[in-house]
Design a protein. Structure first.
Length: 199
């Protein structure tokens, strides 16, 4: 499963396709697209429990209003935790009224066993802090339909923060390294056993 996801990520077309009026569910996962619309900087989401290089922080989700009037959440990347919950990072967007951005289509992140799920609190001010919300919870927060998937903003695009996109899970190369390591241990144990048996 993980190996297939990494292959799908690496096979995604290098030339982005214009998404037009199609929904994101018509695009293969990790497919690169170009999309246009209006960024809503006043109603952003801070996705909690995101870690980069051992440092806690948030992923910044900014809604883009499409021609269909649905909202597409743009993951603009990672920002570090400010140290106290009462002080949120500055995620203001200095962008024109109408923008065209490029990125990869991905599913909304899902909580792992060690992570908590916390929907956005409707009465909280914007930006809202949440952990692994569902599409239905996000629609409740925005009060309008949203696309069921999001766009991972390409690293070379403006308006973003730290972006190191890769499929979920451990890279296949690391699985092979673990396998070689354990096979080496097994062979070494067999050689030692044979040596001790001869003695």
């Amino acid at each position: 499963m993980r190996h297939a996801q990494w292959e799908q990520f690496e096979r995604a077309v290098s030339t982005p396709l214009p998404i037009g009026t199609r929904g994101t569910e018509s695009v293969p996962r990790f497919g690169r697209v170009t999309v246009s619309g209006k960024l809503d900087a006043g109603r952003q989401i801070l996705l909690d429990n995101r870690v980069q290089d051992g440092v806690a922080g948030y992923d910044v989700l900014t809604p883009l209003e499409l021609a269909s009037h649905r909202l597409l959440l743009i993951d603009r990347g990672w920002v570090p935790f400010a140290g106290v919950r009462s002080r949120l990072p500055n995620i203001a967007v200095d962008a024109p009224a109408f923008v065209t951005v490029t990125g990869r289509i991905d599913n909304l992140p899902v909580a792992g066993l060690a992570m908590g799920h916390a929907p956005p609190v409707l009465t909280d001010p914007w930006p809202k802090v949440t952990s692994f919300p569902t599409a239905e919870e996000l629609e409740a927060a925005y009060g309008r339909p949203i696309e069921r998937r999001l766009l991972l903003l390409d690293p070379d695009q403006p308006y973003g923060y730290l972006r190191r996109w890769e499929p979920p899970g451990i890279p296949p190369q690391r699985h092979w390294a673990y396998a070689y390591q354990w096979w080496s241990f097994a062979i070494l144990a067999a050689v030692l056993w044979f040596y001790m048996a001869l003695r």
